[in-house]
Design a binder for this molecule. Sequence first.
Ligand code: ZN
Length: 344
Amino acid sequence: MKVGLVYDPIYLKHDTGEHVENAGRLTAIINGLDETGLRQQLTPVKPRPASLEEISLVHPKQHISHIQDVARKGGGWLDADTVMSPDSYEVALYAAGGAIVAMEAVMEGKAKSAFALVRPPGHHATPRRAMGFCLFNNIAIAAEQALARYKLEHILIIDFDVHHGNGTQEIFYERPEVMYVSTHEYPFYPGSGSVEETGRGTARGTTVNIPLPAGCGDSEYIQVFEQIIVPAARRFKPQLILVSAGYDAHWADEIALMQVSVSGFRGMVKIIQGLADELCDSRLVFCLEGGYNLSALAASVKATLDVLLGNAATDNPLGQPAHGFRAPKIDSLLRAIKEVHALP
Ligand SMILES: [Zn+2]
């Protein structure tokens, strides 16, 4: 069964200069897929720009025109972290559109699963604010389209980027039809994502935060997936799983302090794929978020696609962290999360 890949050189035109979130990230991933021949196993899915109507299901018109205005005036800094070039507005439309076409390919059975290799990333973008390298919230826009177009009632978003997806959480905080589950380093940027943030009103319980102390590695993440994410997903019964796939929890990534290896990401993706097979006819869409060490990012995306394609695992590129970092104990944290969410 086919695995879709959304990619287009347009994504390189969001020119951020020396910023850590730069076009070299996608080039490294694509070169890796080409060199290993993996790209030929994937089904290309052509992105298109999201329409204003599609974006406005998540972002008010003022936010959209603000981003458009900044681009028209030549770009510039939106906050201390987030920069735009003249083409960034158009590229951001394509990033949201890339997430949408990946979702469509899966919903229409053209691919079993798909990966949208897009930038700028999206999970920090709130309805009214660009932040954390993000302009529009790509995965939320795709989720809104899936709800509206295919009349879905339950969508699960799993976010394993090392940062909390504050934007995605905010967008769906009062929406029981979308469950948002995030693993993230905590306390850390952007500050949100405590265990107690669980959703509001009828959506109480459909935000599941797993705030992890610095230093967690493969075994802690797999424990979290097995003990929290799997039972939460089974209870929610999603009809589609979307993944905010950020690879900045890799040990070699200097933006954060986690210790995950490529094998760890492979293990998480296997668990997610197992959930999709079990719960929603394998319908699974990945959307790129962070990941700033180019070798770790390229190897981790490749490992993700290998799992989706059913290819045998090869090795653990870059290996395990060289230094003997002692992983923190997370048993009591997991107990607290299970209690808050009444998980077995
Ligand atoms: Zn991140």
